[in-house]
Design a binder for this molecule. Structure first.
Ligand code: GDP
Ligand code: MN
Length: 390
């Protein structure tokens, strides 16, 4: 789960990371008021969306008067900001962060990620920040310093100092960097983060280290024990199809095709995607109903899949172990009637109570298309798509 920059800054500040003073605004007037309350002669106005690359996309501006702050904020509210990371649909701006501008002498890059190979937290840093890490890795790979942290010791002071030196920092900046690095590491560990990225982390002309930007994302599976983090979720920034599924405890992945897929288990879902592609079709999404799904859950799965307007066929593929084919069949019949479906529905059931499941489908009298094997189901789903006018 991602959070906003202003939320990440608030969290990191609590752990001891220096961040600029700032305030949140929900309207242009409030943005102007924030600038006045902060004082000084320059402010940075920043669109709060779950994405980086806002600077390039026109979502960040250095302003020199209260009026300029208000006017720029007015252009942001309600706008769908399209960045390199958002995709063409962009993300809507509801909140704007106004902060006291920093006087930048140097921009550094600092990231904490989970390194799957070493199964440890890895710090990635560079003396050349500001640009995205992917671009940095391409244009200036030698500038990247990497350090893997042993969970038994945590980030030791000597390691943090080593990293500060490797970044070319000297004098009083070293101690500031050490404390910043250790604060980020603690925040990462104590809050079950998956990623902490500060880009840029700047050195000011006054010789201070400040986090000008902050990005944090969290392990969704650990949110149950981090209620204060779970509260920061902003559904307006998520794919609406995915948040609807999450609200019902269903795992959903949105794709670009037109065949909606209701499946149990991620492995079977992957195999089904492959078979659809092989048969010449393209999946619109897949929804994993998990184990032990009740008829109500199956109906909810239909609702979620059909919320995607691109869906022209639904393929239900269940290999029932913990699940029961009769329950799934009841769910399909219930969904068909309750939702008044008219589009083709292909059902393939296998496993526990399969005979009973097939009987329920047969005796429902509904025009369901059934299949015995996965390959057959995929072919029938592709064949059932409404023919596009040539
Ligand atoms: P991103 O583009 O979404 O990653 O947003 P950032 O928060 O990183 O801001 C983009 C860029 O705006 C930064 O790389 C800085 O160059 C610039 N910027 C942000 N805050 C300040 C500031 O306080 N002073 C100055 N001079 N530039 C800033
Ligand atoms: Mn940034």
């Amino acid at each position: 789960m991602d959070i906003h920059e202003y939320q990440a800054k608030e969290i990191l500040r609590g752990f001891g990371v220096p961040v600029p003073r700032g305030g949140l605004a929900y309207s242009p007037e409030q943005a102007g008021y924030r600038a006045r309350a902060l004082g000084g002669a320059a402010w940075v106005v920043k669109a709060q969306i779950h994405s980086g690359g806002r600077g390039e996309a026109g979502g960040v501006k250095l302003c020199r008067s209260e009026e300029e702050v208000r006017d720029f904020a007015a252009t942001l509210f309600g706008k769908r900001l399209v960045t390199k990371q958002t995709g063409a649909a962009g993300k809507e701006v509801y909140r704007v962060w106004v902060e006291a501008a920093s006087d930048i002498a140097q921009e550094l890059y600092l990231g904490f990620v989970l390194d799957r190979k070493s199964e440890r937290i890895m710090i990635v840093a560079s003396a050349h920040g500001g640009m995205e890490i992917e671009d940095l890795a391409e244009s200036d790979p030698d500038s990247l310093c990497r350090m893997v942290i042993d969970p038994a010791t945590g980030l030791c002071e000597f390691q943090a100092r080593e990293l500060a030196f490797a970044l070319g920092l000297r004098g009083g900046l070293v101690a500031q960097m050490v404390s910043t690095l250790r604060a980020c590491y603690r925040a990462y560990r104590e809050l079950d983060a998956m990623m902490v990225e500060i880009n840029p982390l700047v050195v000011t002309h006054a010789g201070e280290i400040v986090a000008l930007d902050a990005k944090m994302s969290f392990d969704t599976n650990a949110l149950f024990r981090r209620p204060q983090i779970a509260e920061l979720r902003d559904a307006s920034q998520e794919d609406p199809r995915e948040s609807m599924a999450a609200d019902h405890g269903l795992a959903y992945v949105g794709l670009d095709g037109d065949i909606g897929c209701i499946i149990n288990g991620a492995g079977l879902a992957m195999a089904t995607m492959d078979m659809i592609q092989l048969a010449g079709g393209a999946p619109a999404n897949f929804l994993d109903i998990g184990g032990g799904a009740s008829p109500e859950r199956v109906t909810q799965a239909f609702r979620t899949v059909l919320a995607d307007r691109n869906v022209s066929v639904v393929l239900v593929n269940i290999f029932a172990g913990i699940n029961r084919c009769d329950w799934v069949a009841e769910g399909v019949v219930q969904a068909y009637r309750e939702l008044g479906l008219t589009l083709p529905v292909v059902v393939r059931l296998s496993g526990t109570n399969v005979e009973e499941g097939r009987r329920i489908l047969r005796e429902s009298g509904l025009p369901l298309i059934t299949a015995d094997t996965l390959a057959e189901a995929a072919e029938r789903a592709v064949a059932a798509r409404p023919k596009l006018a040539a």
